[in-house]
Design a protein around this ligand. Sequence first.
Ligand code: NAP
Ligand code: GLV
Length: 312
Amino acid sequence: MRITFCCTGTAPEPWLQGLCAALPGADVQVWAPGAPQADFAVVWAPPQAFIDEQPGLKALFNIGAGVDALLKLRLPPGLPVVRLDDAGMSVQMAEYVCQAVIRHFRELDVAEADMARGEWQFRKPRQRADFPVGVMGLGVLGSRVAQALQTFEFPVNGWSRSPKAAEALPGVRTFAGVAQLGDFLHSSRVLVNLLPLTAETDGILNHAHLSRLQPGGYLINVARGAHLVEADLLALLDSGHLAGATLDVFRTEPLPAGHPFWHHPKLTLTPHTSARTLRDESIAQIARKIAALAAGQPLSAVAGVVDTGLGY
Ligand code: NAP
Ligand code: GLV
């Protein structure tokens, strides 16, 4: 079995070593133009030339959860695309989002600024019930985040494409589809975006939707920069309808010098780091799936197969 590795911006050696160790007998090589045909590919943002030169692939394994960049390429019809299914990301996302919600709710950012100025100030405790958190996207990451937020007793709403059974997410008030988006937003003060970037969700964090949040709203965008209409966020921060935002992802990454987000007093920024790909966990997961497919198991036996029609 031959495996080709084509991951832009990723040092290949530890991945090759890990995949070879997990799949004894497999021939694992870094892709270069003209490389021999492989059976399986491990990819992140590969060039179109890679896809065009490897028509015999049985599946593409993406070393991230989001496949928006991969699906922009011309892929052979029917080529299975498999994304990371958690692989250690959901606990990272839960800790990142909970810290952002708690930092805002407990005004820890304000306390930090006070202390930096040498000011010792108490503030009146705020009511948790006044900070319902809405999680957009109730998949692998969003559902873990929704559960984690409940341990801190925040009211939690969730929105997804298809309706969720009550027992799937106990304690979460769930909404589904475009028809219930307005009610979901209106019921939330803090909004966490964990949607995949698709034709339907591009630009979904826009003025019309963000202004439906309760006054003093707060945005946490940890999915993709293209979900957010940046000028709309700035306008809603200026008007005071939104109190602030924590942003981990941006339309252009790295965030360009001089971008108005850089020094905005109501924004907290991180460099696309809320849930990193963990190499060992990812190698183990991908190797398990390759072994299953190579042994003749059906694609339905593998978690994380992307519906390329839906885009996630
Ligand atoms: P997932 O398991 O595929 O979950 C996607 C969720 O979004 C599902 O609940 C789905 O609804 C919902 N959804 C999709 N399209 C929708 C629509 N049009 N309207 C309403 N809901 C919709 O994905 P995941 O593993 O949780 O990852 C989510 C995203 O997080 C990734 O695509 C990626 O962009 C981002 N991410 C970011 C980082 C980072 O470091 N910042 C790290 C990892 C991932 P259904 O349940 O009905 O299918
Ligand atoms: C990171 O953003 C991912 O999609 O895994």
